[in-house]
Design a protein around this ligand. Structure first.
Ligand SMILES: Nc1nc2c(c(=O)[nH]1)N[C@H]1C(S)=C(S)[C@@H](COP(=O)(O)OP(=O)(O)OC[C@H]3O[C@@H](n4cnc5c(=O)[nH]c(N)nc54)[C@H](O)[C@@H]3O)O[C@H]1N2
Ligand SMILES: Nc1nc2c(c(=O)[nH]1)N[C@H]1C(S)=C(S)[C@@H](COP(=O)(O)OP(=O)(O)OC[C@H]3O[C@@H](n4cnc5c(=O)[nH]c(N)nc54)[C@H](O)[C@@H]3O)O[C@H]1N2
Ligand code: SF4
Ligand SMILES: [Mo]
Length: 759
């Protein structure tokens, strides 16, 4: 491709900045000139459509509750720098490493540059040839219409999650699937068991904002890893610490915060509910509880006391691997603080008893009155900022034809739904499944904003489904990910900087505007535009498919300020009483904190103990969704949580990020390594069990380190298979299973059991 001078300058300036932000300060101008241009082919920006150079307020749309305000500076129509907005209280001038390296992602030479049609076999190494948008739409529309005519819209399923968030991300797709009456996708891969667990005791899962952490005298990080997943929270935690707060961590893995904590409890994964029993017993035994608060604001305290009496400290120590003296010290620090704040993460609940563990934790806040006051509370996730958007308007569910029957599939079980004959029960149901509905065959799937071959549980099963000859697959992404190798049509989407958006945060109390800072690169289009145009190619003439992204945003906004004011102010906040729940009226049936839940809203109280259920992943046989005997027989638990340099599978392919951390490494405790004859750097085989089929084995490099307790191994989540340095085309989710949590059909990545041996 010939390069004109203008594109060369654009490319080199973008690269020059990227090099400097990553600390490559020894790069001379000569080095930069030798680099291939970052933007290729050159972008021809028609002057009338160009965006004036300037500094634009954008909002990071990745799956991250920090939801940074990022200032993008453009020159000659090219984004040349990105910095955190100094005026935003949470961002405070600094994005994370991913935010810093956005330009490498946006201007990556690996971006899909035009629509493509697959010409060879599906799977790794698939080849594609360019096709025009017009032809791609016509061919996709014709095939989808054929399927709708023979099998109905219910045979077509969206597969999407959190690649891109906000109103401009999902509106086009939601309207499209409503219009064709497609199968519903229950998107419960991330945090759903915790919603139910929290709601079971508190009636809700919302809580104080991260900014309130700064006011606490005792911060508890329970089953989360702020250094990786909420780096901006550390600022508020450190502020509290500077003012004398203690920091307590409960995590089987040694997170950076655990290493710096005043007290770090390291339970065996899946035993946190038992640990809560231990801490609660100490609080009551040592008279550290707040009797007035309990009497006024809780229900069924007697049932709690009776339940706690069923356990001895010896049993608790044995089950959790935490000594009584350790959790005693924790109980005292927590209960004696003037105010204490618990942040519960999402990692903890991705296991078969995840909902029950989360349900147990707020017990200690209720016992000590650490709720409803400054610097106190229990927070899991905050959805209040989403209340500033009119989701009904954006989704336009009225587009669904009357009487259309739409089933539901769980995102966690998509492999089973793609292969119904392999998972057919005698009664005609596919299973084990989430919703107990008969499964009409899935004939087509459109994958966007997700990379299931890297991020979903049991990817080998999904791959088997994707290889089905009769399955029509369309993919929309910026990059040719592991998943995109399977699609029939591959459509290039635009990056977040190339479109405007409205985004809420699931932790902070801010809903933000994100400006379009640069023109669309290559021949890409934002998802909403793609779905609107595809709808028209299908023959739908509804006005909703004519609405531009900017109009959609304007019409969806229902904040406290006007949309025009928002464009100036950049963000708005929901009105939330402070301190959170200061009225001490809880959205439970009784209006109080309910130690015992028999509402049967969140779980089956016949199966689980309605006070605190201490079942572990191993002991859970709820609805046949528990571990198989083969799994239980495996020696090690496997955790696979988030790494600071990736956002799920994103950034795995970004220059300066790829290859700079141990993506394909398994961490093994020194005593386990000793017993297995494994030394640091050895090649090892990790083996997991599959339902009804052969075991799965993956080769990793061992790192012998005290990252986890003995008996638990650890692999960072969501590297790409095709980027595995050892060329084996493997990744961690080949080992995980697609069983569901005890509550609300969640994913159970951390219930995985494995064996490990020298290769
Ligand atoms: N850098 C980065 N940031 C991210 C993401 C990313 O991939 N990378 N992903 C985003 C997404 S989608 C989400 S949902 C959030 C996740 O945010 P977090 O919940 O903070 O993250 P995870 O890393 O999934 O898990 C957190 C912790 O749970 C611990 N854990 C696992 N099992 C147990 C247990 O039984 N008990 C206890 N006490 N702890 C346990 C793990 O050791 C891990 O340290 O982060 C978001 N932010
Ligand atoms: N082993 C293990 N696996 C896990 C987890 C775990 O703890 N352990 N955590 C799970 C959790 S919590 C989550 S939330 C999921 C996340 O799973 P996903 O939401 O699938 O994660 P991402 O990697 O962010 O994927 C998104 C894809 O969207 C693409 N994308 C980005 N922007 C756009 C856009 O504008 N349009 C389109 N069409 N595509 C875009 C990206 O290039 C990327 O390929 O992963 C889960 N996977
Ligand atoms: S991934 Fe999170 S911390 Fe990083 S820039 Fe985006 S919102 Fe900020
Ligand atoms: Mo997530």
């Amino acid at each position: 491709m010939a390069m004109n001078r203008r594109s060369f300058i654009k490319g080199s300036s973008a690269f020059a900045f990227s090099a400097s932000i990553m600390g490559c300060s020894n790069s001379s101008d000569d080095d930069i000139v030798e680099e291939p241009p970052v933007v290729e082919p050159p972008i021809e920006v028609p002057p009338e459509e160009s965006i004036p150079d300037g500094v634009y307020h954008t909002t990071c749309p990745r799956n991250c509750g920090d939801r940074c305000s990022l200032m993008v500076t453009t020159k000659d129509g090219v984004a040349v720098s990105i910095t955190g907005d100094t005026t935003h209280p949470v961002t405070a001038g600094t994005p994370c490493v991913k935010g810093h390296s956005y330009l490498q992602s946006v201007y990556s030479p690996d971006r899909i540059q035009q629509p493509m049609k697959r010409v060879g076999p599906r799977g790794p190494g698939a080849t594609f040839e360019p096709i025009s948008w017009e032809d791609a739409y016509a061919q996709i529309a014709s095939r989808l219409n054929e399927i709708i005519n023979t099998d109905g819209g219910n045979a077509i399923v969206p597969y999407s999650y959190s690649g891109y968030s906000g109103i401009s991300a999902g509106t086009g797709a939601n309207r499209f699937f409503n219009r064709i009456a497609g199968r519903n996708l229950q998107r419960n891969i991330c945090a759903s068991a915790g919603y139910s667990g929290m709601s079971s005791i508190l009636g809700e899962f919302n809580g104080p904002s991260p900014e309130d952490y700064a006011n606490t005298k005792c911060f508890v990080s329970w089953g989360t890893n702020e250094q990786a997943t909420n780096i901006h929270h550390l600022k508020f935690i450190n502020e509290a610490r500077d003012n004398g707060a203690k920091v307590l961590v409960v995590n089987p893995a040694r997170t950076p915060l655990a290493s710096q904590a005043d007290i770090w409890l390291q339970p065996t994964p899946g035993t946190d509910a038992t640990l809560v029993v231990g801490i609660s017993k100490i609080i009551i035994e040592e008279n550290l509880h707040d009797t007035a608060f309990i009497a006024a604001n809780t229900q069924d305290y007697d049932a709690l006391v009776a339940r706690l009496a069923e356990f001895t400290h010896e049993e608790i120590e044995l089950e959790t691997g935490v000594s009584k003296s350790e959790y005693q010290e924790f109980a005292r620090a927590y209960a004696q603080a003037d105010c204490a704040m618990i942040r519960i993460g999402y990692g903890i609940q991705r296991t078969l008893n995840g909902g029950r563990m989360v349900k147990a934790i707020p017990t200690i806040a209720a016992l000590t009155g650490n709720i409803g006051k400054v610097g106190a509370g229990v927070v899991y996730l905050n959805v209040m900022s989403g209340g500033l958007f009119d989701w009904g308007y954006s989704g336009a569910s009225h587009l669904t034809p009357e009487g259309a029957e739409r089933g539901t599939v769980s995102i966690n079980e998509i492999g089973k739904f793609l292969l119904p004959e392999d998972y057919q029960h005698e009664n005609g149901l596919v299973g084990p499944i989430s919703y107990g509905e008969p499964s009409d065959p899935i004939k087509a799937m459109i994958v966007y904003s997700s990379n299931p071959m890297a991020i979903a549980p049991n990817t080998d099963l999904i791959e088997k489904g994707l290889m089905r000859d009769d399955l029509f697959l369309v993919g929309i992404d910026l990059f040719q990910t592991d998943t995109m190798d399977y699609v029939d049509y591959l459509l290039p989407t635009s990056s977040y900087m190339e479109q405007s958006n409205l985004i809420d945060s699931y932790q902070c109390y801010y809903a933000k505007h994100s400006a379009k800072a640069i023109m669309q690169l290559h021949d890409s289009k934002p998802d909403t535009v793609i779905f609107n145009e595809l709808a028209k190619a299908m023959g739908f003439d509804d006005v909703e498919f004519d609405e531009s992204i900017d109009d959609i945003l304007r019409n969806t906004w229902k904040g406290n300020i006007s949309y025009d004011e928002l464009l100036v102010q950049k963000w708005d906040s929901p009105i939330v009483d402070y301190p959170y729940r200061k009225d001490l009226v809880f959205p439970t049936t009784s209006g109080k904190i309910e130690f015992k839940d028999t509402s049967n809203k969140y779980f089956d109280s016949e199966k689980f103990n309605p006070v605190i259920d201490t079942g572990t992943p191993e002991s859970n046989e709820y609805d046949d969704k528990g571990m198989t005997d083969a799994e239980k027989a495996r020696e090690f638990r496997l955790l696979s949580p988030a790494h600071a340099k990736l956002s799920n599978s994103q950034w795995a392919n970004v220059k300066y990020i790829a290859g700079t951390f141990p993506q394909h490494t398994v961490y093994v405790h020194p005593s386990d390594a000793g017993a297995k004859g494994i030394s640091d750097g050895d090649e090892v085989i990790v083996t997991a069990s599959r339902y009804g089929s052969a075991d799965v084995q993956i080769q990793y490099v061992a790192r012998v380190e005290e990252m986890t307790p003995k008996g638990t191994v650890f692999i960072w989540k969501n590297a790409w298979k095709k980027l595995n340095e050892n060329g084996s085309n493997t990744s961690v989710n080949q080992l995980t299973n697609c069983d569901l949590t005890d509550m609300n059909y969640g994913s159970t990545f951390h219930a995985t059991r494995v064996d490990i041996a020298l290769a």
